[in-house]
Design a protein around this ligand. Structure first.
Ligand SMILES: [Zn+2]
Length: 392
């Protein structure tokens, strides 16, 4: 089943011959114009729906394995890869070159605020006064940097710009561009043994001296003296603005290099991202959003994906493409036995509802986490759905 637009059948040259045949035009001007209009319409509605995948370089990755994987995904209709090599420019250069040679768009996917082994003063401090350098919320790898720290900002912008300088990199992609989850997704409460009806002080950042002083200078409020900081709306907004200002600064630097910026964000932004992780991402001046619409993390059904996508598209006024991120269940035959949402995800039978719902809501395409979780049954379901949507 070919999902791609058939260039031979709809050659643009044939169309030009139509237009410049003056005699024909004089006699049939209206007919020709309406045919042309329908032809343009048919092209736009038959265009291939962008499909991305998120994948990273692991210990078994080789140049050959990348060629094999990228080719396989491309054959399944994938149009772009979001590929994580961390800040390793050499590995990214290899992966990006292979992607481009196969005609795939390349997003250099990199964790932003989550890094280990950097100067202790660069890390965020929680409401209890603990630095993420020494003590982490939820999991040991939650070593979050302080996004307000000027040295952190300069270092991160330098890393992203180095990656953007690779000729084959189309976009740099920001992941973990946020504070830690001050409220965890509902589906993760049991896993971490938490009931999160309110903000979790251990995961509430950043209360370092600089952030506290900057907030006081701006608002006159000493947040350390506030009995319940979670009730202080200005404090929440202050931290949303820190992330927004940093993203916009980073994007300006990358744009100056002639490259684009995409970001992996929480759903919403109002219904989840803003209050969970301080991502008010509708204010970010970037080029593409990849919201992680992982329904199982929120104990929601596949039908929720379309609903939340509608909010996302509306939040950026339809001006910036939104690629609906879908979490795929690899061991789908045993999904009922999987209690951890981080191993759960969409069944092949749910692909249609999630993809159709996203596209109907105005998404520009979809992104799959991960292509290695996609079983033959998932690919088949995806291909069927995309064929139908592209024919419409
Ligand atoms: Zn701070």
């Amino acid at each position: 089943m070919c999902r791609k637009f058939d260039l031979k059948k709809h050659s643009p040259n044939k169309c030009l011959i139509f237009i410049f045949n003056k005699k024909f035009m004089r006699r049939n001007a209206i007919g020709v114009l309406s045919t042309l209009f329908l032809w343009v319409l048919s092209i736009s509605s038959m265009a291939q729906i962008p499909v991305y995948v998120w994948q990273g370089w692991d210990k078994n990755t080789t140049e050959q394995s990348l060629k094999d994987d990228f080719s396989t995904w491309k054959a399944h209709g994938v149009t772009g890869v979001c590929f994580n090599t961390g800040f390793d420019v050499d590995k990214a250069r290899v992966a990006a070159k292979i992607a481009k040679s196969l005609g795939l768009e390349y997003h250099a996917w990199m964790p932003c605020m989550l890094h280990a082994g950097l100067p202790a003063s660069w890390y965020a401090v929680n409401r209890l006064g603990e630095s993420a350098h020494d003590v982490q919320a939820y999991v040991p790898h939650y070593t979050f940097l302080d996004p307000h720290n000027k040295e952190v900002q300069a270092w991160l912008i330098e890393q992203y710009c180095k990656m953007a300088a690779i000729p084959e990199v189309d976009y740099v992609q920001l992941d973990y561009i946020r504070y830690p989850d001050v409220i965890l997704a509902r589906g993760l409460w049991d896993k971490y043994g938490l009931v999160m009806n309110e903000e979790y002080p251990k995961a509430d950042y950043c209360y370092c001296d600089d952030c506290v002083a900057a907030f006081k200078a701006q608002t006159g409020i000493d947040i350390r003296k506030v009995k319940d900081p979670s009730k202080c709306k200005k404090w929440a907004q202050f931290r949303c603005d820190i992330i927004t200002d940093f993203v916009n600064k980073l994007a300006a630097a990358v744009h100056a290099q002639g490259k684009k910026v995409s970001a992996d964000v929480f759903p919403g932004p109002r219904s989840y991202a803003t209050w969970m992780v301080r991502q008010e991402w509708n204010k970010w001046k970037i080029d593409a959003f990849f919201p992680m619409n992982y329904n199982d993390f929120y104990l929601e059904k596949a039908s929720w994906v379309g609903k939340v996508t509608r909010e996302e598209v509306k939040s950026v006024k339809g001006k910036i493409p939104v690629y609906s991120g879908l979490f795929i269940c690899k061991d789908w035959r045993n999904k009922e036995k999987l209690v951890d949402p981080e191993y759960s995800g969409l069944l092949p039978s749910e692909i249609d509802e999630a993809v159709r719902g996203s596209m109907k809501a105005g998404a520009a395409g979809i992104s799959l986490f991960t292509p290695h979780s996609m079983t033959d049954e998932h690919w088949e379901a995806l291909s069927e759905t995309l064929s139908k949507l592209e024919k419409k």
